[in-house]
Design a protein around this ligand. Structure first.
Ligand SMILES: [Zn+2]
Length: 267
């Protein structure tokens, strides 16, 4: 079996997590799925390319190998709704963001299948994420977790209208120090790199399971989720090409935001 995640250790207090970049669907699962699933439209496309400054910043990076259609690494394994009262996709989604069924009729995963996917795909990612945060905190006394995401700028199922370009989530200021959130807000308000982009703090996306579970400011682990509108750096329709011309505009801002996390952690 292909390992369920990719991991590269860095030498600073920053860990970048990319739980939705995976596109692999094992044959034993895809055989039960519709053609729609093979498009993998709901992937957080090209984040490794977009975050190509991670290595120069000395950040550790963990990213998923398997598609979120197999299992969603940013959901609790108990599968409780992260946004009570609002529509959301679950731990093992049954449909796409546009509500197309992922599985052939009667071939949806049962509780045994789901338990198996938690063991094979979910747990290894989270075990590695936790052990890296523990290592970083032991070494530096502090850890900053940046949970990197992207989504189409129009998804009527989840939000009306067009999403802001950058959507920061800190679990309503519970997943990181207010000082870190303020430092990021200042960049968005004042940096010339930020000027072309719209943003919101704790709007529709407040941080998923990873941000909420691992962000423990009292223990000096600070987590921020960035949900980026895909129109900022790629084509939003299949085949979802990366757009280097667009990405080059937002990458200096990303570098500045991540550097701000590091400066803050080292201060
Ligand atoms: Zn995502």
């Amino acid at each position: 079996m292909i390992p369920s995640f990719h991991f590269k250790s860095g030498h600073t207090p920053l860990l970048i997590s990319m739980p939705h970049v995976g596109t692999t669907i094992p044959q034993s699962i895809s055989v039960n799925m519709n053609q729609e699933a093979q498009i993998k439209a709901d992937t957080d496309w090209h984040l490794a390319l977009l975050y190509n400054m991670a290595s120069a910043l000395g950040a550790s990076v963990i990213s998923a190998e398997y598609s979120r259609y197999v299992i969603d690494l940013n959901r609790p394994k108990e599968d409780s709704n992260l946004y009570p009262g609002q529509d959301t996709t679950g731990l093992c989604p049954l449909d796409t963001f546009t509500k197309q069924p992922l599985y052939k009729k009667g071939r949806e995963p049962n509780s045994v299948d789901m338990a198996d996917r938690i063991k094979q795909y979910w747990q290894p990612y989270h075990s590695q994420l936790q052990s890296e945060l523990t290592r970083i905190r032991a070494l530096h006394g502090i850890a900053v977790l940046w949970d990197a995401h992207s989504i189409a700028s129009h998804v009527p199922r989840f939000f009306t209208g067009k999403l802001p370009d950058l959507n920061f989530g800190t679990a309503d200021q519970r997943s990181c120090s207010p000082n870190l959130q303020n430092a990021l807000s200042e960049i968005m308000k004042q940096s010339t790199h930020a000027a072309p982009f719209s943003y919101v703090m704790n709007g529709r996306f407040k941080g998923g399971y990873i941000t909420r579970n691992y962000g423990q400011p009292a223990n000096n682990v600070h987590a921020v989720q960035l949900e980026m509108s895909q129109c900022v750096y790629m084509n939003e329709t299949a085949p979802f090409e990366f757009r280097p011309d667009l990405a080059a505009r937002v990458q200096p801002l990303l570098t500045e935001l991540l550097s701000t996390c590091l400066h803050w952690a080292n201060s």
